[in-house]
Write a protein that binds this ligand. Structure first.
Ligand code: GLA
Length: 370
């Protein structure tokens, strides 16, 4: 869990904005809710020196990256950075204008860059394919390991094809993602639109077997709080990312977020579903009507499920979840609503939520009480 600069700021980053994000993670209560990493995305770098050492942009980061990392650490948070297995980063190669000698990537410089990151006390690397060879991900994993510093390795191997995480589909990917990275992107970049939220949910749906402690499917960073999603859609986005055991990397401008966005991002009952120690990714358990879905995530404990009743349609709807679809005994079970924070009572065999708004979700914790 953390925050990343890209969705809010694109290339327009600097030291002050990253520090403000770290400050806001603490003052908003997000740190207490579990957000840990402050990640600088693309456009922080400025070429290499004569010895090939990667340089930061001293206009954007006058105090330097090590100093920024130290500031973030001083807040009790962790610090992340970005690169690519190519000559340039995505913005370096495909930005407008392209600036490959400014926004340089790490291909052929893996060990040198990993050493720089470790010397700056970096805790997380986002390594973004950007058209580079997929064979470039393992060398950076090895280079990070060789530093001896624990660095979360978050990769984006999406190059037009979703990689099968086991590497079985060698024609499209050929990487054993579980042994390479801690998390891997599964699709093209998220945008703050309802269509993009459902696109990524649907891609992730078939990938649940591959998620587990230390290696997660990444449907991309959050768009909660960014213009394009209604508050209802933002809550649904957050709920479904929790059901999918996705990394929760906020992508909004934390220093100006609304009370509603803050409440969404700090719902600790939903976060607990995401972070449940069992580490299971939820799955689509039933489709009781057109555009109506029941998702189930097994939580630690005996016969405990997180359930999302998802209304993808354009009209208000009721959705019923049958205990049989959750694989729990069909007798009594207690039901708690994780957004209204209320115990709804004990129900036998099923529960029906009425008046779920269009693009809304009702999120429940169902505990069998035989
Ligand atoms: C790619 C990634 C984004 C972001 C940009 C930066 O598009 O998927 O998340 O990192 O590159 O250029």
């Amino acid at each position: 869990m953390g925050w990343n600069s890209w969705n809010a700021f694109d290339c327009n980053i600097n030291e002050a904005k990253i520090k403000a994000a770290a400050d806001a993670l603490v003052s908003s209560g997000m740190k207490d809710a579990g957000y840990q990493y402050v990640d600088v995305d693309d456009c922080w770098m400025n070429g290499r020196d004569a010895s090939g050492n990667i340089q930061w942009d001293t206009t954007k980061f006058p105090s330097g990256i090590a100093s920024l990392a130290s500031y973030v650490h001083g807040k009790g948070l962790k610090f992340g950075i970005y690169s690519a297995p190519n000559t340039g980063t995505c913005q370096g190669l495909y930005g407008s204008p392209a600036m490959p000698s400014v926004y340089v990537g790490s291909l052929g410089h893996e060990q040198q860059d990993a050493k720089s990151y470790a010397s700056w006390s970096v805790d997380y690397l986002k390594y973004d394919d950007c058209g580079g060879p997929l064979s470039g991900f393992a060398p950076m994993r090895d280079a990070l390991r060789a530093t001896g510093r624990p660095i979360v390795y978050s990769i984006n191997p999406y190059n037009g094809n979703t990689c099968d995480p086991t590497g079985a589909h060698t024609s499209t990917c050929g990487l054993d993602l579980l042994s390479i990275a801690n998390m891997w992107r599964i699709g093209a970049d998220i945008k703050a639109t309802w269509g993009d939220i459902t696109r990524l949910i649907d891609i992730d749906a078939s990938l649940s077997p591959y998620a587990g402690a230390g290696h997660w499917n990444d449907p991309d960073m959050l768009e909660v709080g960014n213009s394009g999603l209604s508050d209802t859609e933002g809550r649904t986005h957050f709920s479904m990312w929790a059901m999918l055991a996705a990394p929760l990397i906020a992508g909004n401008d934390l220093s100006s977020m609304s009370a509603t966005s803050k409440a969404t991002l700090t719902n600790t009952e939903v976060i607990a579903v995401d972070q449940d120690p069992l580490g299971e990714q939820g799955h689509l358990a039933a489709s009781p009507g057109t555009n109506l879905q029941v998702w189930s995530k097994t939580l630690s404990g005996t016969n405990v499920r997180a359930v999302a009743l998802l209304n993808r349609g354009t009209a208000t709807a009721s959705i019923t979840v049958q205990w049989s679809a959750l694989g729990i005994p069909t007798g009594a079970a207690t039901v708690r609503d994780l957004w209204s924070h209320t115990d709804l009572g004990s129900f036998s065999g099923s529960y029906t939520a009425s008046s779920i708004p269009s693009h809304g979700v009702v999120m429940l914790k169902v505990t069998s009480t035989p």
